[in-house]
Design a protein around this ligand. Structure first.
Ligand code: NAP
Length: 300
């Protein structure tokens, strides 16, 4: 007896073809951890929108992604993410050309070596590592909420327990401290992450902020002597992991292999217990007001 699987097979292939391809928007994909994540997402079958400032580095990334998956669809929107206006105009183009997003993953960032203000008057690391990230979410959340997947993932320094100097975000009235500068923008990231996870829990939005620990990337370039020497000879060898290892936790969370009930994630992929203040509605509102007003003044 022969069984004819023909129509059944055709029906099944149609269903597979009908299954929508997942689309991710990623920042910081031209280097380091973000690049390793982009390559991992390509392997997982995602199509990509890349936002970044360097077209030549993007072309290199694209070539690598096409080696991973020849049929990948990847588009580039050029934006200097230290600038609100530049970021906003790239986001306008994304919105014009995209109806739905399944994942937004933001990794663009840098380490402060001094207080450098952008020509919009904002401390540069605060602008890249928090403020334009906030803007990306503010503008693109409606596209994400349309998806069944709805994942928002930030690679940063989750759980830094920093102080926000609401009256002096640029550290103009205090001594420069790289640690305090990083902790300040990170506190904003943590507050915004907790706010979003709480506000959109009934929408099934999954929100994460991750601290990868020490990773061997170009972000550490520019350390002054003797730290540069120690970094090369000791820290790198003993404490730093390669970017593809740091990318594994985000990829596992996105792929569903790790618990998805966590919001703040440490370098081992475990939950960081959020401090109480991160969920304080008055504090959250203060951070939202600060962010919106900095964006408004940069747009003028
Ligand atoms: N590496 C670590 O040890 C470590 C530890 C804790 C947290 N993190 C966090 O992890 C994230 C990724 O860091 P990484 O180590 O992968 O750094 P990285 O290798 O230096 O890569 C940084 C990425 O951010 C992009 N970027 C920086 N400034 C930008 C700007 N103004 N406009 C557009 N893109 C900009 C870079 O673009 P270009 O390619 O154009 O330069 C690059 O793609 C950062 O948020 C960092 O704070 C890293």
């Amino acid at each position: 007896m022969t069984i004819d699987y023909g129509p059944l097979f055709t029906f099944r292939s149609k269903i597979i073809n009908m299954k929508k391809k997942r689309l991710a928007l990623i920042t910081g994909a031209t280097d380091g951890i973000g690049k390793a994540i982009a390559i991992g997402l390509a392997k997982m079958g995602y199509e990509l929108i890349v936002m970044g400032r360097n077209s030549a580095k993007y072309e290199g990334l694209k070539a690598e992604l096409e080696k991973v998956r020849a049929d990948i669809s990847v588009v580039f929107y050029k934006a200097d993410l230290s600038l609100v206006q530049d970021t906003q105009s790239a986001l306008n183009k994304v919105k014009d050309n995209t109806s739905e997003l399944d994942l937004i993953i933001q990794t663009a960032g840098l380490i402060p070596h001094s207080i450098t203000k952008t020509n919009e008057g904002i401390e540069e690391t605060f602008a890249v590592s928090y403020l334009t990230r906030f803007l990306v979410v503010r503008e693109l959340l409606p596209l994400l909420l349309k998806s069944n997947d709805k994942i928002l993932f930030t690679v940063a320094n989750a759980g830094a327990k920093g102080k926000i100097y609401f009256e002096d975000i640029n550290f103009e009235g205090r001594k420069f401290s790289p640690v305090e500068v990083v902790k300040q923008f990170q506190q904003c990231n943590d507050v915004y992450t907790m706010y979003l996870s709480e506000k959109y829990q009934n929408y099934n939005l999954k929100v994460y902020c991750y601290n990868p620990g020490l990773v061997d990337t170009g972000i550490h370039q520019g350390w002054p002597f003797p730290f540069s020497f120690l970094r090369q000879k000791v820290v790198k060898r003993l404490f730093m992991k390669p970017p593809d290892k740091a990318a594994q936790t985000p990829l596992d969370v996105i792929g569903g292999a790790l618990s998805q009930n966590t919001v703040l994630i440490n370098s081992k992929g475990n939950k960081i217990n959020p401090s109480k203040i991160l969920s304080d509605p008055v504090y959250q509102q203060k951070v939202l007001d600060l962010s919106n007003s900095l964006i408004d003044s940069a747009m003028k």
